[in-house]
Design a binder for this molecule. Structure first.
Ligand code: TYD
Ligand code: MG
Length: 458
């Protein structure tokens, strides 16, 4: 290992070079390569503090089943948060939580810390960004000032680990944020990729040896990536993102990666003056304020993980003054919109080529399911024709390139949610496993032309 020789590290993706480059060859970022001198680069040699020599022990796979059952978890007692982690924080696991500044990460984690501490667990909240007084002030605002959470304003990882190692290991330690931490084993400045990676590594090792669940807060760059090395994402057990729009008060916690639980569950919160409030019935929230008589809106009966979620899809189709009409999508995949538009043109005879098309998922939610195709198509047709869809109908179904409507998973759960919220009609692909919901009639359709004909008929 070339000791104290300079390395050049891309601050965006963590790629290492032996000389400066204007453009990172790995991620294509400009001016992201920065000189970081000396120190033990994690990729270049052994790290100073190694755990004791347990290496090389081999375990038979089949013999383990008796010893290891479910991973032991500590539930926060906040159902929306526990749903995303998969039932609570797993002992010794490390979670990275990312989100825009000001979205409410510190608020969420303070609430979770207080909930655990009140349940008799040892919880430490380490802030590298705010003074202890500021953290306490927030806790006071949240009505949590009496929770026995241990607070510290500290940025040196060795000091933090020394403090946490005194007494019984904490059930949970929150590090807010990983970008402010620095470790003595690395000589680079705090905030550089090498420091972030070195600090994360030390904290992960602490988690694994002590059994403490560690949460690392990570900042997000303008393009939505967790800033610093992507490698931290690979090092941790779970990556969750806290999303939302500054203009709306709801916030969505979404697991991006989870070694100990599902990745398709979301937790829904609402930001209030008393902190984050859990939303146990998100469909009602996302449908609130719906304009029932307006053309171009359709209610989509979607699923987020195991939970059905009704959301409004809004479309605006208008003649375009431009040579190349505009297509803008918020909350859905623009490729899927292009496909739905192409199918409507090719198989239902709609002329959309000279129209601007805007599609929006109300409430700032992001939908990834192909099952939203039918609702999006219904909203588009309704906007183009100027006739509102019936306000008591929900839509779901995937549209194939031939215009056929294909069945989607979990139809009974979607129908049940629609009936629960007072909808009386569902437009969906024909499928055998329809649950009978009182008060809900299901209009099964097999082809996109059926839907267009239905809307035209009113
Ligand atoms: P914060 O948790 O500090 O965000 P992050 O850690 O993700 O940067 O939350 C900051 C925002 O939340 C701030 O704009 C104020 C707002 N907020 C409330 O609306 N109500 C509250 O009770 C609290 C504590 C914060
Ligand atoms: Mg914060």
């Amino acid at each position: 290992m070339a000791k104290n020789s300079a390395t050049f590290v891309c601050q965006s993706c963590g790629a290492v070079y032996n000389r400066w480059k204007g453009k990172c060859e790995a991620c294509g970022g400009w001016n992201t390569v920065v000189e970081e001198t000396g120190g033990a680069h994690p990729m270049a040699g052994p790290v100073a503090t190694r755990p004791s020599r347990a290496k090389g022990r081999i375990f038979p796979l089949e013999g383990l089943t008796g010893e290891i059952k479910e991973a032991p978890r500590t539930a926060a007692g906040m159902p929306e948060l526990d749903r995303v982690t998969g039932g609570g924080f797993v002992k010794g696991s490390v979670i990275l939580i990312g989100g825009d500044p000001g979205i409410g990460k510190s608020t969420l984690l303070m609430q979770a810390s207080a909930a655990l501490a009140k349940g008799g667990h040892r919880v430490a909240y380490i802030s590298g960004e705010e003074a202890v007084a500021q953290v306490r002030l927030r806790a006071e605002r949240l009505g949590l000032a009496d929770a026995p959470v241990e607070l510290a304003a500290e940025t040196n990882v060795e000091d933090i680990i020394a403090t946490l190692s005194q007494g019984r290991p904490p059930a949970l330690a929150v590090i807010d944020s990983i970008q402010t931490m620095w470790t003595e084993t690395v000589e680079s400045a705090p905030g550089t990729v090498t420091q972030v990676r070195g600090s994360a590594q030390a904290l992960i090792r602490f988690a694994k040896t002590s059994g403490t669940a560690v949460i690392l807060v990570g900042h997000v760059t303008k393009d939505g990536q967790i800033a610093g090395p992507r490698v931290v994402e690979h090092m941790v057990d779970a990556v969750v993102s806290f999303e939302g729009d500054q203009g709306h008060h709801f916030r969505i916690l979404r697991a991006v990666k989870n070694r100990f639980g599902p990745t398709d569950e979301i937790g829904v919160f609402e930001m209030s003056d008393k902190g984050l409030r859990e939303v146990s019935n998100p469909s009602a929230l996302f449908l609130a304020g719906r304009d029932l008589a307006a053309p171009g809106t359709a209610v989509f009966a979607g699923m987020e993980g195991t939970r059905p979620l009704l959301v409004e899809i809004q479309a605006l189709v208008a003649p375009s003054p431009l040579g190349t009409p505009r297509r803008a999508v918020v909350g859905w995949d623009s490729n899927r919109l292009a496909m739905v538009v192409a199918v409507l043109e090719a198989h239902a005879g709609l002329r959309l080529g000279m129209h601007d098309i805007y599609l929006n998922v109300a409430g700032g939610l992001r939908i990834t399911e192909p099952a939203a195709d039918l609702a999006a198509a219904a909203a588009l047709v309704s906007s183009l024709s100027g006739s509102p869809l019936s306000s008591d109908a929900v839509y779901f179904g995937e549209i194939g390139l031939s215009g056929s409507i294909r069945p989607v998973a979990q139809a009974p759960a979607r129908l049940k949610e629609a009936a629960k919220l007072g909808f009386t009609r569902a437009v969906s692909p024909s499928s055998r496993d329809k649950a009978d919901q009182p008060g809900l009639s299901v209009g099964s359709i097999g082809h996109i032309t059926d839907m267009v004909a239905n809307i035209a008929a009113g």
